[in-house]
Design a protein around this ligand. Structure first.
Ligand code: NAD
Ligand code: MG
Length: 402
């Protein structure tokens, strides 16, 4: 059952509280009465220990956990006298998901977000899922675990929240297609032949959304959209060929659902993640949210264009991953994360990222299993590990050649 805004107290945890999504979740909680109205169980962060301790105090969390074991002493010191317990390390993050909470935000970035979210489902929590990597790497596993424990997953990615909202009251069987909108990222208007030379700074200049660094680069390369196509397939259970991508530079329509009678339901709003975070937080209610209201007359027009697959090879690779299923998604995501690290550190070029991913997929193809594989969390983590090693070798070789 959903939470009614009238309930005085609901327990919740935020995994990745110090990130872009985490901070916006905390912002909404503080506006909605903070610790007076919510019982905050666990907050986790990465290296920003000062901020983690500060929000744990503000929200009177039971426990704060940082990812790096070496940060424990500092975290303890900063929490001294607050009554908030401190813990550290990847295992402690997963253990924090064993503390029952009604609502759990999964907003760690990357494959590290899978294990804690997966664990939270065991306790029947409503999982607000920003960590799309969980569905890309282990979609069938995650959905089965939710069903087994009567847990609900609510999408937080803006496109998937839009689709979810466009499906309210409808029969999924009447859906003909799902149309994901994409801004096209920072480099969408660059000439194709110049993309190879794009720098990190240029790829970070996102036109519409303010997000974490990694997802912003992934928007420019459309690896983010590639992950989202797979996320759509896994979350809504539609066929891969029912999922389309369209470039919509204004980012006002967050995605659309096309029905068999030709009707298209579109979800619109200002490009502000607090929309979809707030929807998941208050579902099935709609609460007042502090987001800008669209002035359509002032906006005047919206535009659309088809994505060019030469410019965005990641979209083509997503199709291959969906055709393979099994552990292909885990390899795809891991290779993408490693390729991104090498781009960020200057080792490889912007267009090389897709090449690293493609070569990694070819190298590991024999180990993906088939579509009907019953994967375990350990299988997914083993493939993730293997793909990271392979992608790293490929990227290093590429950097050496350059
Ligand atoms: P971010 O980099 O701003 O924050 C990530 C959070 O995860 C931080 O709290 C960080 O400390 C923590 N973290 C990083 N590595 C970790 C590790 N190895 N172990 C434990 N914790 C770790 O990222 P973000 O932009 O907030 O994105 C979070 C997730 O939400 C991603 O999966 C992203 O794809 C998704 N998402 C983000 C946006 C957005 O607008 N930012 C939109 C849609 C989906
Ligand atoms: Mg998105």
């Amino acid at each position: 059952m959903g939470w009614s805004g009238a309930d005085p107290v609901r327990s919740l945890s935020i995994f990745g509280a110090t990130g872009s999504i985490g901070e916006q979740t905390v912002d909404l909680l503080l506006r909605a009465g903070g610790a007076e109205r919510h019982r905050v169980v666990a907050l986790t962060g990465g290296r920003n220990i000062a901020r983690l301790a500060e929000m744990a105090r503000d929200l009177r969390a039971e426990v704060a956990v940082c990812a790096d074991a070496a940060g424990l002493a500092e975290l303890r010191e900063r929490l001294a006298g607050s009554g908030v317990a401190a813990a550290a390390g990847p295992a402690a993050i997963v253990e924090a998901a064993d503390r029952p909470a009604d609502w759990v935000m999964s907003s760690i970035v990357g494959a590290a977000g899978l294990a804690p979210g997966f664990r939270a489902l065991r306790h029947g929590a409503t999982l607000a899922l920003a960590n799309k990597e969980s569905l890309v790497t282990a979609g069938p596993l995650l959905m089965a675990e939710a069903a087994r424990h009567g847990a609900r997953i609510l999408p937080v990615d803006s496109e998937h929240s839009a689709i979810f909202q466009a499906l309210v009251g409808e029969d999924i069987g009447a859906v003909e297609r799902i149309i994901l909108t994409a801004s096209g990222g920072a480099l969408r208007d660059w000439p194709l032949e110049q993309l190879a030379k794009a720098t990190v700074k240029e790829a970070l200049a996102h036109p519409n959304w303010a997000m974490g660094q990694r997802i912003t680069i992934d928007s420019a390369s459309m690896f983010n959209k590639a992950l989202e196509v797979i996320e759509t397939r896994e979350f809504f259970g539609v066929d891969p060929d029912q999922v389309e991508v369209i470039i919509h530079p204004e980012s006002l329509i967050h995605s659309m659902v096309g029905y068999r009678d030709g009707a298209i339901m579109a979800h619109m709003g200002a490009p502000d993640m607090r929309h979809s975070i707030g929807y998941a937080l208050n579902w099935p209610d709609r609460a007042h949210l502090p987001v800008a209201r669209l002035d359509l007359a002032q906006i005047g027009q919206m535009t659309f264009r088809a994505p060019d697959l030469q410019r965005y090879p990641a979209l083509r690779l997503a199709r291959e991953v969906m055709a393979r299923r099994g552990l292909a998604g885990a390899a795809f995501n891991a290779a993408k994360e490693v390729a991104l690290d090498h781009f960020l550190s200057g080792g490889i070029g912007f267009m090389d990222m897709a090449e690293v991913v493609e070569e990694t997929l070819s190298a590991l193809e024999a180990d993906f299993g088939n579509a009907s594989i019953t994967m375990t969390l350990e299988d997914v983590q083993a493939m993730d590990h293997l793909a990271r090693i392979r992608a790293d070798e490929i990227a290093r070789a590429m950097a050496g050649e350059a």
